[in-house]
Design a protein around this ligand. Structure first.
Ligand code: COA
Length: 655
């Protein structure tokens, strides 16, 4: 981890980058450099404002807030950066200025100090052309507001050492960011989408007003292009970045002239819209969709970024409701063809697909795969939902395991979670409302989600769960079917389903009792009272096999565990199991939340019946059916609705 970072530029984004770093790494020394003392003073008072707000919202305690404010200094003198191990340039988008800054920086810092630029459009090759030691330099492009927006593009600059990109990716992952590795082309990946989306909106002004265009765009994005341009004072930026693209790649990218003469657009705020006549709306929609599809296929054909990163980045960094590849997947092929043909006609030169459209859709959307010493490391990556599981994700994991399990070069698998917070926050609750009041559909959903888990039960090659944070509900149910569990000391497990008015239907009422019978009373408390199981306690119960001090050691530990199990691992017992009695208790969770007596009764009955079932398969089926029963209760309706409405459920009213 870096120890002393300098941010050059106390303007709009520099201090926000600094604040993100200080919040994630409170021990860090941070130096903010600017030519203007007033800008530095404003940056420091912004820090104070942010920490005050974080304190008021309970996102930080006093101690954390104090740590963020410590070791932060501003200076107008470059000599203050001498001891830095990472310098982040966040000055104006001006090539000459940036090169001058890098000369000042390089004259002062050590030869191995990392230097990155926050440019949104200028290729690294150009801005670092005069640097003496290029291997330590690249672009790290943050998105506003940089202290909260997780996306950051990390550019694969050809002169940068590969270890630099790997290190930046690792630092960002471990500080709560979402690094997206992107090729070194003008505007990288996400600004190609954003700039051309805005430019296309401006090109459409001969057909519709800004408010009408933003209204149509709101079907695709949370805030329309003109609203965002107002907010970011972005008109000159589009002129600049689209000129760059036009000069390099063709006239079709030339920015709309109107950007030069308009300061603020007359438009509607997000959530509001004006009526747009149907024919006009259709024309605008076609062009906006057309530009998204065109840019997406170009990015993928030129391997500027991966399809999963493109979609995730568009949603996370730019506020799209779905990424362009997901839009392509979800529309009929003929519709996509029609939209692209129309774009080709109205905006000649715009990139068109180089392959069959279906070829763009073949990729893993929700998992990353790495290879470490013959072990496939599968990382669940849905940062927007704490890696919550849904059928697409479990199908992707299963397909990967099937692809590699007969490969003699692969010893086994590790499953872990993306980011610092969660291994997996359970089954995706967003999918539950459709199952309410439908016993058969809910039971079938459990069976379908279990395909992966049942496959794990029968595997010869070992699969190790590496818990890097919370493992809740379905996340813990996935981990408990892996052949061993390792965890960071900070990790914890919980089965919170009864607090949602439902049951954990994919194994938690069955597997722990057959796998760790001596810990049965702990599992009773987890299931009935949502008690947390911390990693250390899980180790003492034998649920977890080994602990890592932190996430930096976790994967190596998991890989070693896979190798240790290469010649065989245990199986979950098939035979019935004796259970301790359920002690009478008030219908309350460990945190004091009133629970539904109906849900608890269903749970206890299912656990007891499953324990007596003659085989594991029969016991699991009892769990699926019991989940189906729970989905038909008023408690489930209340619990799931309350989660969607971000309020505590009121089970007293429903029983
Ligand atoms: N399914 C779908 N989305 C989930 C999810 C799940 N199981 N768990 C978390 N998320 C989403 C949240 O809705 C939120 O989305 P938003 O940013 O669009 O609002 C995002 O992940 C981040 O979670 P948030 O609740 O803001 O984080 P937190 O740190 O305040 O709380 C939890 C974390 C895990 C305590 C809380 O998210 C939670 O209770 N999740 C449900 C856990 C659960 O019951 N799992 C079992 C399901 S069967």
């Amino acid at each position: 981890m870096p120890r002393h970072v300098a941010v050059i530029g106390a303007g709009a984004i520099g201090p926000d980058i600094g604040y993100y770093l200080k919040s994630a790494l409170p021990e860090l020394k941070l130096t903010i450099i600017d030519i203007s003392q007033a800008a530095i003073d404003a940056a420091l008072s912004r820090f104070a404002d942010y920490t005050r707000k974080a304190l008021a919202k309970g996102k930080m305690n006093q101690q954390q807030a104090a740590a963020v404010m410590l070791q932060v200094q501003g200076s107008t003198d470059y000599d203050a950066i001498k001891a830095c191990d990472w310098v982040i340039e966040a000055a104006t988008e001006n090539l000459t200025l940036k090169r001058r800054i890098f000369a000042e920086v390089e004259a002062r810092v050590a030869v191995d100090a990392v230097i990155t630029s926050n440019t949104s459009s200028l290729p690294a090759e150009r801005i670092f052309a005069e640097l003496r030691h290029k291997a330590r330099a690249t672009v790290t492009h943050f998105f506003a507001p940089a202290w909260r927006n997780p996306a950051v593009e990390v550019i694969e600059y050809s002169a940068a050492a590969p270890e630099l990109v790997a290190w930046l990716r690792w630092v960002f992952c471990n500080t709560g960011k979402l690094p997206l590795v992107t090729k070194d082309v003008p505007c990288f990946m996400l600004d190609r989408i954003f700039d051309n989306w805005c430019n296309e909106a401006a090109m459409l002004l001969d057909q519709a007003s800004a408010a009408e265009i933003d209204s149509v765009a709101s079907e695709l994005v949370h805030a329309g292009p003109f609203f965002v341009l107002n907010l970011a004072r972005g008109n000159p930026i589009i002129t600049e970045t689209n000129t760059l693209q036009a000069d390099e790649e063709g006239e079709h990218y030339r920015p709309a002239l109107i950007f030069r003469s308009v300061d603020q657009w007359l438009t509607v705020a997000p959530g509001k819209r004006v009526e747009v006549p149907a024919a006009k709306a259709a024309a605008v929609r076609d062009r906006l969709l057309g530009i998204l599809l065109s840019q997406a296929v170009d990015i993928l054909d030129r391997t500027i970024g991966t399809p999963a990163d493109l979609d995730l980045g568009c949603c996370t960094a730019l506020g799209f409701k779905a990424g362009p590849v997901a839009l392509l997947r979800d529309m009929p092929n003929t519709e996509a063809q029609r939209i692209l043909e129309r774009l080709a006609l109205e905006r000649p030169g715009m990139p068109m697909p180089q392959r069959e459209l279906s070829a763009y859709l073949r990729f893993e959307r929700h998992v990353l795969v790495d290879d470490l010493d013959g072990v496939k490391v599968i990382t669940l990556r849905r940062p927007e939902a704490l890696n919550a599981l849904h059928d697409e994700m479990t199908d992707e994991i299963l397909a990967l395991i099937r692809r590699y399990e007969d490969d003699p070069a692969v010893t086994g698998f590790v499953i872990t979670g993306y980011g610092t917070k969660a291994f997996c926050a359970g089954a995706d609750i967003g999918r539950f409302p459709s199952m309410l009041d439908n016993r058969d559909a809910a039971a079938q959903y459990s069976r379908d989600c279990s395909r992966l888990l049942v496959h794990l039960d029968a595997m010869q090659k070992p699969v190790v769960a590496a818990l890097n944070g919370m493992a809740l509900g379905g996340g813990f149910e996935l981990a408990m079917r892996c052949h061993a569990l390792v965890a960071t000391e900070q990790s914890w497990m919980q089965l919170p389903e009864v607090s949602l008015g439902i049951l954990p239907g994919i194994g938690a009422m069955v597997v722990p009792y057959r796998r760790w019978p001596l810990a049965a009373s702990t599992f009773h408390a987890m299931l009935r009272r949502c008690e947390k199981l911390k990693a250390r306690q899980a180790l003492s119960l034998g649920v977890v096999d080994a602990l890592a001090k932190d996430s930096s050691e976790l994967i190596a530990l998991a890989v070693a565990r896979v190798q240790a199990l290469a010649h065989g691992h245990g199986r979950i017992a098939d035979a019935p199991v004796a259970l301790p009695a359920f002690e009478p208790m008030a219908a309350k969770s460990a945190s004091g939340m009133a629970l539904s007596p109906t849900t608890l009764a269903l749970l206890e009955r299912a656990v007891q019946q499953a324990a007596q079932a003659p085989t594991l398969a029969a016991a699991l089926e009892i769990g699926y059916l019991a989940f189906g029963d729970s989905a038909c209760t008023a408690a489930a309706r209340e619990g799931i609705t309350a989660f969607g409405e971000r309020r505590a459920p009121d089970f007293a009213a429903v029983g």
